[in-house]
Design a protein around this ligand. Structure first.
Ligand code: XMP
Length: 509
């Protein structure tokens, strides 16, 4: 299958470039800036991403682009454009104040294929602290803005393919014709046949799974989430009852979730073993307040329970997982800091002697959903908000007890059901309730109360890397607050979290 290679120089928007290319029904791979797959016959074009670094800094990423330039069409974005220019004798300098925000683009060369169909003064989005102040001799300036002379350039090399550089970000929505620019590159210039679709993915993946698995038996951990559910249905289509799914109830799920999801899975014809292991998780979590410790215990217990159940099935050869592409992208982590460790609870039994099967490993989340819909998975399963593997344990600020889980389940059910009733659920990336550690004074009837406070959290996001608090209507918040305080015993105060990520994170722990 044809593919575009995106070389990652560490920009926050590299994955977004990938998603935009996929939206054009074109397969792409995001690889570290120096890992170009020379010799891969499917590559039809290359995109160089942005970066937080400066090309002239001592720690800048400066790969050798020989063998790429002239051989494939290349598009450099921001740092990618600056590096192209700088490494061929152009000048890149700091601009003093960072150029950030909207600008109007004047396309000077109306025949440039990258800007085919562009409106005059099309809005673009700039975000850079350096600027190209001179391009190499023989290169052509094709677009400018009021403050950036070389907003876009075109250059030719020995060989049949040209390269282009743009100092703005076509991948972000604020560049209003950014999709058109990327389409001009991917389809118009690189010649994508647009063959990457849900149907083609399902067809080729089912065929590959049949060939790979033969008559072997496969075990898969279901979490109730979208990824593992879609992986299970895809595998079921390929190998039917030779797939056994295990759904572990760690007691930290939402209210009635285990029962409801089991019913959905059975409706999909999956062969599912449901295991209620909540007592074991509660007992191991007793008294533990440290969030990372909670995650470790939950991850460890999950392996044990899964292992015990899987070993009851004879002759299993494969462990299937719902790993998706963003989980695997070996991106440039410039800071190298871990903010919090994310256990994919469904994916930990490494001690088992099984081969790994990951049918969704090339898909972004929106593609997983599209494939799920084509496979006939009901919308309420496909459209579910993400939910952390360690469940409600990371929404309780101190130690986990069955009583606190009960309080949280009730409050969470009121919030989530209200979001659905008010038709807000699908507008939100993720929502949940956090049980705070401290209690506060209240008054109910004539009685003084001294009970828990909960925080409602609802965010909008495209990929959970950044998120904004959702601007929920006041009457909605008022209703949810009233319902929680009146109906959930043990809660007398409701707050709404108005922190964005960064600097906060989506979960509190
Ligand atoms: P944060 O809190 O880092 O969360 O902004 C980003 C996304 O990841 C989810 N999350 C987790 N998922 N195990 C998971 O499987 C975890 O330990 C975990 N912690 C956070 C979170 O719900 C959000 O969607």
């Amino acid at each position: 299958m044809q593919k575009i290679i995106i070389l990652d120089f560490g920009s926050q928007t590299t994955q977004l470039i990938g998603r935009r290319v996929r939206e054009m029904d074109t397969f792409c791979e995001i690889l570290p800036y120096n890992k170009f797959p020379f010799g891969d016959p499917d590559v039809i074009g290359v995109i160089l991403s942005g970066s937080p670094l400066s090309v002239y800094a001592s720690d800048a990423f400066r790969p050798d682009l020989t063998g790429i330039l002239g051989h494939y069409p290349v598009l450099g974005i921001c740092y990618g454009a600056q590096y192209l220019s700088w490494s061929h004798g152009g000048r890149v300098e700091p601009v003093g104040t960072r150029e950030y925000g909207r600008a109007a683009l004047s396309v000077l060369d109306k025949d440039c294929p990258l800007f085919k169909g562009f409106e005059p003064n099309s809005q673009i989005w700039m975000s850079h602290g350096d600027s190209i102040t001179a391009i190499p001799q023989g290169w052509r300036k094709v677009a400018s803005t009021e403050s950036v002379e070389f907003a876009a350039f075109e250059c030719a090399f020995d060989g049949s393919s040209k390269a282009w550089g743009v100092q703005f970000h076509p991948e972000v929505v604020h560049t209003l014709q950014g999709k058109l620019l990327l389409e001009n590159f991917v389809v118009g210039i690189c010649g994508s046949r647009r063959e990457w679709t849900s149907d083609s993915f399902i067809e080729s993946t089912v065929a590959e799974l049949k060939a790979q698995l033969g008559e072997d038996k496969v075990v898969l951990g279901l979490s109730g989430g979208v990824d593992s559910s879609v992986a299970a249905v895809l595998l079921n289509k390929a190998i039917g009852s030779r797939l056994t799914c295990i759904f572990v109830d760690h007691g930290l799920l939402r209210k009635n979730e285990f029962r409801d999801v089991m019913r959905d899975y059975q409706g999909l014809g999956l062969n599912v073993v449901g295991v209620d292991a909540s007592a074991r998780f509660y007992s191991d979590l007793a008294g533990v307040t440290d969030p990372e410790q909670k995650r470790k215990i939950i991850g460890g217990d999950f392996i044990k329970v899964f292992d015990e159940e899987a070993s009851k099935i004879q002759d299993v050869k494969w462990l299937a997982q719902g790993t998706i592409y963003p989980d695997r992208i070996e991106s440039m982590n410039i800071t190298g800091k871990v903010i919090k460790s994310h256990h994919n609870v469904g994916g930990l039994p490494k001690t088992m002697q099984l081969q790994l099967c990951e049918p969704l490993k090339w898909l972004f989340k929106d593609e997983v959903r599209a494939v799920g819909r084509r496979l006939g998975i009901p919308d309420h399963l496909i459209g579910r908000h993400p939910f952390p593997g360690p469940g409600l344990a990371v929404r309780i600020m101190d130690d986990v007890t069955p009583e606190k889980i009960g309080i949280l389940q009730e409050a969470d059910a009121i919030f989530i059901n209200a979001l659905r009733e008010w038709k807000l659920y699908d507008k939100i990336w993720q929502a949940g309730v956090i049980l705070l550690q401290d209690r506060s004074v209240g008054v109910m009837g004539d009685e003084r109360t001294f009970e828990s406070a909960v925080a409602l959290r609802a965010v909008t996001s495209v990929d959970a890397m950044t998120a904004d608090w959702a601007d929920l209507p006041y009457p909605f918040l008022q209703k949810v607050s009233n319902d929680i305080i009146n109906k959930v015993k043990g809660v007398n105060r409701v707050c709404y979290d108005i922190s964005s990520k960064p600097p906060a994170t989506i979960e509190w722990l």
